[in-house]
Write a protein that binds this ligand. Structure first.
Ligand code: CTP
Length: 428
C-alpha cells in the first residue's frame, strides 16, 4: 500500500506584532451554548478567509457543543472560557479582552445570553465581556421558535436594539429540536457579510449603526401573486407563494425600517413588525402601493399577473353546451415601472425582481433598463423556486452582476436587506 504525507497549515493570525500574519481587523467572537455553535467554526473560517482575525470566548454550555481545541485550531489563537482564570488574568484581563477587538460578535446568541446582555448580568466571561465592552456588538440569535417568540425574548430584543446592538437573523427553517419556524441561526456566510459590511462603513460605532440599521427609513415591499377575476368563482393567477417577499419585508423590519407589505392572496401569516395590506388584483396592488408613498426603498417581489379578464362576469359563467367564448384580456398596470417612473415621490431605491426560466442575467438586465429600476434581483424559476424554501439569485446592478450561492429565502432576504441598508447609508 502506498502511503502519502498529508500536510496542512493553519494560518496563524496574531493581534499584535509578532510571529504570524498581523491583522488589522479583529473580532471578538462569543460562542453561546446551542446546537448552532458548530456553525461558529464555519464563521471563524469564513472571517479568517476575509482577513479578519478572530479571538473566541466559549461559554461553559458552548463547550458541550464544540471543543476549545477545534476553535483554537481554526482561529489560530488561544480560546478564553474562564472568568476567574489566573493565567488568563495575568496574560489578558477580561476588561482588556472585551475591548481588544473592533467588534464583538455573539454567535450563537442564545436566549440566555440575550437575557443577560439585556439586563446587564455578568456572571461568566462571555456576559462580563458584553457588559465591559465599549465596542459595537452584533448578535446572531439562535433558539427554539417558542423561545424566540416568548414575550421575554421579544422584550430583551427590543431593549438590546434600543441599546444599539446590531442583529443578523434569525432565519426561518427546520430546527434541531424538530420544530419549524424562526429561531435558526443565520448562515455563517450571512453573519460574515454583516461583519464585512460593518467594516465597509469605517468600523466606527456610527458606521455600525448606519450599516446595520434602517431605523428611520420607510420601506415598501410587494409580494405574492395577484388574482384577476373571470367571474365570482374563477380567477387567473400564478404559483407565487409570497415567501420571498414576506421574508424581505421581515428582514427590513428587523433592521429597524418602517415597512409596508402589500401582498396578494397567500397562505402566510402577516410578518411580525410589518404593516400588511392585503389585496387581490394588480390594480388594487398599485393603489395600495401609491397610498404607501413616499418611501426610501421599494422592493417589488410580487408576481403580478400581466393580464386580467377584460370584462369579468358578474354571475358565474354557465356551460351551455357550446365551446366557451375565448377570454378577452386587458393588460395590467406595471407597478414596478409606474413607481420607478414617478417624477415626484419616486422611491429612493427601486429594487425589482426578474423571474426567468432562461438567459437569466441578460433578461434581468433588459428589465433593469425597461423598468428604470436601480437593481434587479434575477431568479431562475425553472426549478422549484416558486413555493420552495430556497432561491438562487443574481443581483444585477448597473455596475455589474453579483451571483449569490443557492441559499434559503430568509438568507436571501437578510443579505438583500443588509445591502439595502448599506446603500441607503451611503446615500442618505
Ligand atoms: N411587475 C410589476 N407589475 C407587473 C408585472 C411585473 O410590478 N404588472 C414587477 C415584478 O414585481 C418584478 C418585475 O416587475 O419586480 C419583473 O416581473 P416579471 O414577472 O419577472 O416580468 P414581467 O415584467 O412580467 O415580464 P415577463 O413576464 O415578460 O418576463
Amino acid at each position: 500500500m502506498k502511503t502519502g504525507v498529508v500536510s496542512f497549515t493553519i494560518r496563524r493570525y496574531v493581534w499584535a506584532e509578532g510571529e504570524g500574519i498581523v491583522v488589522d481587523k479583529r473580532v471578538l467572537l462569543l460562542i453561546g451554548g446551542g446546537v448552532a455553535a458548530y456553525k461558529a467554526l464555519e464563521l471563524i473560517r469564513e472571517l479568517s478567509r476575509r482577513g479578519i482575525g478572530v479571538r473566541a470566548v466559549l461559554t461553559r454550555a458552548a463547550k458541550e457543543f464544540v471543543t476549545p481545541l477545534s476553535v483554537a485550531a481554526l482561529s489560530g489563537d488561544k480560546v478564553y472560557d474562564d472568568l476567574f482564570s489566573l493565567t488568563d488574568e495575568t496574560e489578558m484581563g477580561h476588561i482588556e479582552l472585551s475591548r481588544s477587538a473592533d467588534l464583538v460578535v455573539v454567535a450563537p446568541a442564545t436566549a440566555d445570553l440575550m437575557a443577560k446582555a439585556a439586563t446587564g448580568l455578568a456572571n461568566d466571561l462571555a456576559s462580563t465581556a458584553l457588559l465591559a465592552t465599549d465596542k459595537p456588538v452584533l448578535m446572531a440569535p439562535a433558539m427554539n421558535v417558542r423561545m424566540w417568540e416568548h414575550p421575554a425574548t421579544r422584550r430583551n430584543l427590543r431593549t438590546l436594539k434600543n441599546d444599539g446592538v446590531l442583529f443578523v437573523g434569525p432565519d426561518e427553517g427546520d430546527m434541531a429540536c424538530g420544530e419549524f419556524g424562526f429561531g435558526r441561526m443565520a448562515e455563517p456566510l450571512a453573519i460574515a457579510d454583516a461583519v464585512t459590511s460593518w467594516y465597509g462603513h469605517g468600523g466606527s460605532a456610527a458606521g455600525a449603526a448606519a450599516a446595520g440599521s434602517l431605523r428611520g427609513k420607510r420601506a415598501l415591499v410587494t409580494a405574492g401573486p395577484t388574482r384577476e377575476p373571470i367571474d365570482p368563482v374563477r380567477y387567473l393567477s400564478n404559483l407565487s407563494s409570497g415567501k420571498q417577499g414576506y421574508a424581505i419585508a421581515e428582514a427590513l423590519g428587523r433592521l429597524g425600517a418602517d415597512v409596508t407589505l402589500v401582498t396578494g392572496p397567500t397562505e402566510l401569516a402577516d410578518p411580525r413588525g410589518v404593516t400588511t395590506v392585503r389585496v387581490e388584483t394588480a390594480r388594487e396592488m398599485l393603489k395600495a402601493c401609491e397610498n404607501a408613498l413616499p418611501t426610501d426603498v421599494f422592493v417589488s417581489v410580487a408576481a403580478v399577473a400581466d393580464w386580467r379578464p377584460a370584462a369579468p362576469a358578474e354571475t358565474k359563467i354557465k356551460k351551455n353546451g357550446a365551446a366557451p367564448e375565448p377570454l378577452a384580456l386587458a393588460e395590467n398596470p406595471d407597478i414596478l415601472k409606474t413607481l420607478a417612473g414617478k417624477k415626484k415621490k419616486r422611491p429612493g431605491l427601486v429594487v425589482g425582481f426578474a423571474a426567468e426560466t432562461c438567459d437569466v442575467a441578460a433578461n434581468a438586465r433588459k428589465k433593469l433598463a425597461a423598468k428604470k429600476a436601480d437593481w434587479v434581483v434575477a431568479n431562475d424559476v425553472s426549478g422549484d423556486v416558486m413555493g420552495g424554501a430556497d432561491n438562487q439569485i443574481i443581483l444585477v446592478r448597473p455596475d455589474g452582476d453579483e451571483p449569490w450561492p443557492k441559499m434559503s429565502k430568509t438568507d436571501v432576504a437578510d443579505r438583500l436587506a443588509a445591502k439595502i441598508a448599506e446603500r441607503l447609508a451611503a446615500s442618505p
